[in-house]
Design a protein. Sequence first.
Length: 307
Amino acid sequence: MSAPQPFTRHDVSFASGDSTCAAWLYLPSGVTSPPVVILGHGLGATREMRLDAFAERFAQAGIAALAFTYRHFGDSGGEPRQLLSIKRQLADWEAAIAYLKARGDVDGARLAVWGSSFGGGHALTVASRHPELRAAVAQCPFTDGLASAVALGPIASLKLAPVVARDLVAKVRGSDPAMIPLAAAPGSPALMNAPDALPGYQAILPGGTTFRNEVAARVLPTIATYRPGRAAKRIAMPILFCVSNTDSVTPPAQTLRYAGTAPQGEIRTYDAGHFDFYLGDPFEALVRDQIEFLTRHLVPAFATSRG
């Protein structure tokens, strides 16, 4: 096995809608016009929350990587802050694809998408809309809003209803959003209240982060009806599903059912929990499998030597 290739990281941004997304572009050194993978995160998370770890390893393997933060979060643009809009986040993915296809230093014809958690659901949606993509990776993907709502629990969901109502009024009035926590202790009202949710978010936060553990409550009804897993059967390119057997946020049984409908789907299961995927031995296992998969489908020399 050859030694890992060095890379350079560039602070970039690209236009999306009426604002911009901040991103890091990782370019492998010594590789002319490398293939490229786009990385998008989960609910309310920013690229600083371990997307860099995956992107660095992909770049070391000779694959360029664009890790971006959705509008309304982190250091990306967009008002109001902490607005989680499925429609706008999908538009951010579209903008990222267009941005890379227009660059001259990466090969926009050898393009893949990689999403984790809620971003994993977006990756399914985006891949189903872009048959020209070479590959996709869905890591512990959100596939079914109804299944995730059941995992949250009916009592916790009911506790959120008054806040959602206040935020919908705020939207009409143009006033500041009413917020709900992204992650909280079990039984507490939040988008995620599994035992490992809040500790999981805290574990992947870098020092000095500006991450805010809250989101505009108006998103809740749209999350409950978002079922990106249904798009799996329309994904034309090879897609790797990395599924946690013990996932407390995105129930694995439903995810595996959807994954089985992808014409060129590959499934890897892991005993690590939803938030364990980003650190330690689980991260090493995941990134190793993902590099093998992406290299197989994005790097012609590798495919030729295998074939």
